[in-house]
Design a binder for this molecule. Structure first.
Ligand code: AMP
Length: 509
């Protein structure tokens, strides 16, 4: 196919009403993609064409870990081709059909992902209107990907929608009654049906004929199986509330205790954190709570290495990526970015923390087999003598050793500091100065009355040490006991805020 110069088609994946989907390989990155091929002669009516155009318009600007990505679309006289992220695990529908009831923990994870995707859509004034397990695919890491935005629409303030959409079993009462509706709440209803179906493996509203089904939906009559937990039961009841005005909103769902339990880190901190693992970026994003707009240099530079792009103007390529153009460099950048982010998200959620206090003679942690030099906060480096196990009795290190990914460590560190009412600034990429909010220095002087200031000030340096990280802490100002007390609280927070593989009490050597 001449229009697909950058892709090699591998095999068919499936087909929909007017399109077939094929698996293909992107020639430059060798990553797999799915290509939806829509034959123009099969799209007879204007309405269907408009739907396709709307789906393209919506998906083009979207980038969310649980929404299928659209990398580019190619239009020819006979076809419209959508090059999308390849999601290999099949439909959520098939999973329920195959396995029956999904255990509550897993169902909650799926639910959290769909809610996060919907929240992203609604924030961008898009309502999906066709949430059902057939429109949700599962990727190789068991992450869900929301697709099929063919029935979605833009929400405009003050303008209500009226089109009847989606599958009847998932449709909200206001839709089947032909009433005007304000988009987001119909998605909430459908996700309520979805959550019920995940937990029960059957639908809350099901009848052999449409009038009976609609009567049930309008009355909001459904049974809750005894094995649903109290939290799930409560949430479903609030979502399947026939009154769209008092129905729970996405924002309220995200505040619900059942939803919040075990929320994965990549959802809690969205793209700002997930997208990068350089510690300084994480810290910056967390502090400012901003989402990133800039280019990921690491990915950008990798793209520049491909022979196809050598000798091209770097600045111009950057502008193309920022402008979200559809040229081959930008498409390559995004395909590569997504495959990298997938790995990072997995790492972020998989790594377990094992915070281990270090309050011991330096020799304990400076027996480093390779010669990666670790410099302690008091600026002495590991010398040959230390490596050869010579004790240094008066030289102490206080810190924690954490077997954890860098991003997770930083997230937990900052959460912990925040909850201890501390603030911080960067001293370097891997070093921060922390102080109690409202910190006052100790003043000692001849002319000044001597007084002890409020709070403490200390520096934290992060070192990589074999497979783990060391947080090295050094007091800068404040009372010794307050400092030690703060360190103990920080250790407790770090240990308590995350799943623990092995918990240890603080050992003092
Ligand atoms: P659709 O026309 O979107 O309903 O797609 C038809 C079928 O193609 C789906 O049921 C999936 O099995 C498959 N499919 C669609 N999109 C993708 C994708 N991005 N990755 C993998 N398979 C897909």
């Amino acid at each position: 196919m001449s229009t697909l110069t950058h892709y090699k088609i591998i095999r068919p994946l499936g087909s929909g009403s007017f399109a077939k989907v094929v698996l293909a390989e992107h020639n430059i990155t060798k990553q797999k993609v799915a290509i939806k091929i829509i034959k123009r002669n099969k799209v007879q009516d204007e309405n269907s064409l408009r739907k396709i155009e709307r789906e393209i318009k919506i998906l083009q600007g979207f980038h969310h870990p649980h929404i299928i990505r659209l990398y580019e679309f190619i239009e020819t006289e006979r076809e419209i081709l959508l090059v999308m992220e390849y999601v290999p695990g099949g439909e959520l529908y098939s999973l329920i059909e195959r396995n029956g009831r999904i255990p509550e923990k897993q169902a909650r994870e799926y639910f959290q992902q769909v809610i996060s995707a919907l929240s992203y859509c609604h924030e961008r004034k898009v309502v999906h209107r066709d949430i059902k397990p057939e429109n949700i695919l599962i990727d190789e890491q068991s992450f869900l990907k929301l697709g099929d935005f063919g029935l979605s629409n833009f929400i405009r303030d003050g303008i209500f929608l009226k089109t009847s959409c989606g599958s009847p079993n998932y449709a909200a009462p206001e839709i089947i009654s032909g009433e005007q509706y304000c988009g987001p709440q119909v998605d909430v209803w459908s996700v309520g049906v979805l959550l019920y179906t995940l937990l029960a493996a059957y639908l809350p509203f099901d009848e052999n004929n449409i009038p009976a089904l609609f009567a049930k939906i309008k009355a909001g009559r459904f049974n809750v199986p005894h094995y649903f937990s109290v939290g799930a039961r409560d949430l479903i009841r609030r979502m399947l509330n026939t009154d769209p005005v008092s129905r729970i909103t996405i924002k309220q769902i995200m505040e619900h205790p059942w939803y919040k339990a075990n929320i994965p880190l990549h959802l809690k901190y969205t793209e700002a954190i997930v997208d990068h693992d350089r510690i300084v970026d994480c810290l910056g994003a967390l502090q400012a709570n901003r989402s990133r707009k800039e280019i990921f240099e690491e990915i950008f530079n990798k793209c520049l290495e491909f022979p196809e792009f050598q000798g091209l103007q770097k600045e111009q390529l950057k502008q193309q990526v920022l402008a979200k153009k559809q040229d081959s460099f930008t498409v390559t950048y995004h395909i590569l970015l997504d495959s990298t982010l997938k790995v990072k998200r997995k790492l972020l959620n998989q790594s377990e923390i094992n915070v281990e206090p270090i309050f011991q003679k330096k020799v304990g942690i400076f027996m480093i087999p390779d010669d990666e030099t670790i410099v302690s906060s008091d600026c002495t480096s590991s010398t040959e003598s230390e490596k050869s196990n010579h004790p240094m009795p008066h030289n102490w290190v206080f810190g924690f050793r954490c077997a954890i990914s860098a991003i997770r460590l930083v997230i937990h560190l900052f959460e912990s500091l925040k909850s201890l009412n501390m603030e911080w600034k960067f001293l370097s990429e891997f070093e921060i100065r922390v102080r109690s909010v409202g910190f006052e220095e100790q003043k000692v002087g001849e002319d000044l009355p001597k007084y002890v200031g409020k709070g403490v000030k200390f520096d934290i340096k992060i070192y990589k040490f074999n497979e783990s990280f060391i947080l090295d802490i050094k007091k800068v100002d404040g009372m010794e006991m307050v400092y030690l007390d703060t360190c103990a609280s920080l250790y407790k927070k770090l240990n308590g805020s995350v799943p623990i593989v092995r918990k240890r009490s603080i050992d003092i050597y």
